[in-house]
Design a protein around this ligand. Structure first.
Ligand code: ATP
Ligand code: MG
Length: 272
């Protein structure tokens, strides 16, 4: 067996951009505080505010929501949080199914129609007297704007029709989508935008450096290499790829039998 068991990773999972939630999440305190402020009324049986979260790719939107939902789930049962990724669940019925599965687990029959799923969701809120906060992440990926309008309106109006408390946090990367929202839907979100600005080069450098400290054996990568990756990532606005590139560069360095990442490992993985 040629492959050696030695590795340059201390914790490889910290380079997994879909599953890993970073323990340190800097530069987003004010946005996290705004999200919490919006949800907090649910603790006293009031309806949380609806919010639109706006920001370009890799600006930390999904991570912020995951962190807030994690805190809520650990601290209260009065609020039920549901996260739906609209990149995967991109049609109306799938979204309702995702929400229903979050509430009922495997009791949801895959053949249920949209109307039944919707009424199950409402039933859950009534019977358990909980406030539902639904995050619809990446709604830009639902290509049919009529579906976005119809679904959001249906969920948001359910409060008035069935005396349940349901609010929506919609995550959007393309701000122009907001102008396509129906006026009746927009009214639910008036002055309720939370902006996630682009990271500066220094912020990206610090994020990447922290990730390397967490995930790599000390001395595996130099500050200069991290800085040059941060500069690239800043130009391309793509923090996610930079993190994934680090992982691939480590694997390449290991294959090459190198004890440290060199500039060309990174360049090779970026396909430059
Ligand atoms: N402030 C931060 N500190 C540490 N890691 C961060 C920070 N912001 C983003 N990241 C990391 O960058 C990657 C992308 O973040 P995230 O998925 O939250 O971005 P996003 O805004 O949802 O992007 P997209 O619009 O492409 O879905 C993740 O691996 C996340 O851990
Ligand atoms: Mg995201």
């Amino acid at each position: 067996m040629e492959e050696t068991l030695t590795t340059l990773f201390k914790r490889e999972e910290v380079f997994d951009t879909t599953l890993y939630i970073p323990e340190t999440f800097e530069y987003r305190n004010s946005q996290i505080a705004e999200i919490i402020r919006a949800i907090k009324p649910g603790l006293t049986n009031n309806k949380p505010q609806n919010k639109i979260i706006l920001g370009k790719q890799s600006s930390g939107k999904t991570t912020a929501i995951r962190k807030v939902f994690q805190t809520i789930n650990e601290n209260t049962q009065k609020i039920k949080t549901v996260y739906v990724n609209c990149r995967i669940n991109d049609i109306e019925k799938e979204i309702y199914k995702r929400i229903a599965i979050s509430l009922y687990g495997n009791k949801i029959n895959y053949k249920m129609q949209k109307e039944e799923l919707y009424s199950r969701i409402i039933d859950y809120c009534v019977k358990n007297n909980v406030t539902l906060v639904i995050c619809l992440d990446d709604i830009d990926n639902i290509h049919n704007i009529h579906i976005i309008n119809k679904m959001m309106y249906e969920l948001l109006r359910s409060g008035e029709s069935f005396f349940v408390k349901i609010s929506i946090i919609a995550i959007i990367s393309r701000p122009e989508l907001i102008s396509l929202l129906d006026r009746r839907v927009k009214n639910f979100f008036l002055s309720n935008e939370i902006k996630f600005p682009d990271y500066t080069k220094e912020e990206i450098y610090n994020i990447l450096k922290k990730r390397c400290e967490k995930g790599l054996i000390h001395g595996t990568i130099s500050d200069e290499i991290i800085y040059s990756l941060a500069s690239y990532c800043y130009r391309e606005s793509d923090l996610r790829s930079a993190i994934e590139t680090l992982r691939s560069a480590v694997v390449l360095a290991e294959i090459e039998g190198s004890l440290a990442i060199e500039e060309w490992h990174i360049r090779d993985c970026l396909c430059l």
